[in-house]
Write a protein that binds this ligand. Sequence first.
Ligand code: IPD
Ligand code: CA
Ligand code: CA
Length: 267
Amino acid sequence: MIETAIDAARAAGDILRNALGTALVIETKQNQVANLVTDADTAAERAIIDLIRSRYPDHAILGEEGGASAGRADVKWIIDPLDGTTNFAHGVPLFSVSIAAEKNGEIVAGVVYNPVADEMFAAEKGAGATLNGVPMRVSTESDITRALLVTGFPYNVLENPDYCRERFVAFMMHVHGIRRLGSAALDCAYVAAGRLDGYWEVALQPWDQAAGVLLVREAGGTVTNFEGGPHSVYSLPFLGSNGLIHERMIEILAFAKRLQIAVTGSK
Ligand code: IPD
Ligand code: CA
Ligand code: CA
């Protein structure tokens, strides 16, 4: 399945690379001003699904653009054909293809591909994680004041879901820097590769994080919810790190929430 994921990510990546900077049909989803979809999103998803179906006709598929399609109950592919659509639509060459395979409720294979940099981040459960075939590991930074973190914001950021603004500000005061790359899957891949030390985001969808979770874990990192409890790709909050700064990140996430509740007097 990892080979199929890699082949499918390359096929989608070719489509995206060729479409970058050309005239695109851009629409907004569900009448949200910021949530874009282009014809490249749908073309890339088509290419991925066609390839998977040609090899595994009976597997279930969950694609961001096409939604769920039925298949065997025990195996499901989880696909984001273009993660970083806002960057892509603006001609910023920072986006990725994310493909994961879930077996009996566990992610067993995952790839995140940056087609512009030609970087293929891949992991198989129990077999480690690689970048272009070379083993990769999370960073060894244990002091959060020297950490470079990354985050993202949901499309309804103006409603400030789950204290996302306060949490961002709290981290700003404790770390070396915070990046907002615009592709959740790449954020995870960069943590797995040791380029970034930690990543949190208040609301991710399964296709944003399914491959990324496996990358971080197989590269030696930790993924939990904001309280340090078990993480599911079907629940919203994501906290991933090199493991060494994880507890500190949990404390800062909690501190920001407590402070805001104390200030506003509301939950
Ligand atoms: C988005 C990106 C972004 C993250 C958002 C996602 P999309 O995915 O991953 O970095 O902050 O939460 O929805 O819409 O570009 O596929
Ligand atoms: Ca996405
Ligand atoms: Ca997407």
